[in-house]
Design a protein around this ligand. Structure first.
Ligand SMILES: C[S@@+](CC[C@H](N)C(=O)[O-])C[C@H]1O[C@@H](n2cnc3c(N)ncnc32)[C@H](O)[C@@H]1O
Length: 246
């Protein structure tokens, strides 16, 4: 069972203020989110009419699942998240597609319990969620996710990474902070200048227990979990789309 501190990444999302501002904040802080989902959908080689089962690890407010359900009108999604407030928002976003979504509220680390043996599928995807896990936890969750996949099924992850070199890390953080200030354009008191933005981000990341790994560590975890063809499909600064097929 996860201990309390390990569950902080769920608690950080599971309150109304965070959920209400979540999507607007994602647009400001992660303007690549749509692009990354687009890349993942482009890599996934299934015909749009195919009927299949997918698993969303960390559905949040349903951003990625919404795109998957729209692109593949005959797929069904098992949507996992630990924060029930986020799941309530996902239900609103997925309104017309809800009959194809099976929500399971719970810990990634207890994925095996959330996915009984009979649950199998062709696709596992995740966005901005797995960096909340330690390397060891990520390996365990990836293994469980690959057990869910049928042969030739795909695992696709759009997530945060971190530079291995401290100087490069600092350079990328500077670019990140300046980008947020520019996009906020003086309309958000949290992001009026680089100092206030840095303070906000440090606080947020401590609360959410972010633990991004380097791209090579992430690819190594995918390989160790069983994806021999693990690849990076897209990378920009501190974000990457990675994955492979069984
Ligand atoms: C940054 S949000 C990403 C949501 C969505 N995929 C997106 O792209 O907007 C991360 C989500 O992962 C969930 N989460 C974080 N750690 C978790 C864990 N250990 N088990 C289950 N869910 C977790 C949070 O509740 C949150 O909804």
């Amino acid at each position: 069972m996860p201990n309390n501190s390990e569950s902080e990444s769920i608690k950080a999302y599971d309150f109304p203020e965070r959920v209400a501002s979540y999507d607007a904040d994602m647009d400001l802080m992660h303007p690549n989110r749509s692009k990354m989902v687009e890349i993942a959908l482009e890599v996934f080689p299934f015909d749009p009419e195919t009927s299949f089962t997918a698993l969303d690890l960390g559905v949040g407010t349903g951003f990625f699942s919404h795109a998957v359900l729209r692109r593949f009108p005959n797929c069904r999604v098992i949507a996992v998240d630990g924060a029930s407030s986020m799941v309530e928002m996902a239900k609103v976003r997925l309104g017309a597609q809800l009959n194809r979504v099976d929500f399971r509220v719970g810990e990634f680390r207890l994925l095996k319990r959330l996915l009984p043996a009979g649950d199998k599928g062709e696709l596992v995807y995740s966005s901005y969620a797995l960096h909340h896990l330690t390397a060891e936890e990520k390996l365990g969750v990836t293994r469980d996710a690959l057990n869910f996949l049928k042969p030739e099924g795909w695992f696709l992850n759009a997530d945060l990474i971190v530079a291995a070199d401290q100087h490069m890390k600092a350079r990328i953080q500077k670019i990140r902070v300046e980008g947020i200030v520019r996009r906020a354009a003086g309309r958000d008191s949290r992001f009026t200048d680089t100092a206030s933005t840095r303070r906000f981000l440090d606080d947020l990341e401590a609360r959410e227990q972010d633990k991004p790994l380097t791209l090579s560590e992430d690819l190594q975890i995918l390989r160790e979990a069983g994806l021999e063809n693990a690849s990076a499909f897209w990378v920009e600064y501190r974000e990457a789309v990675t994955g492979g097929f069984k």
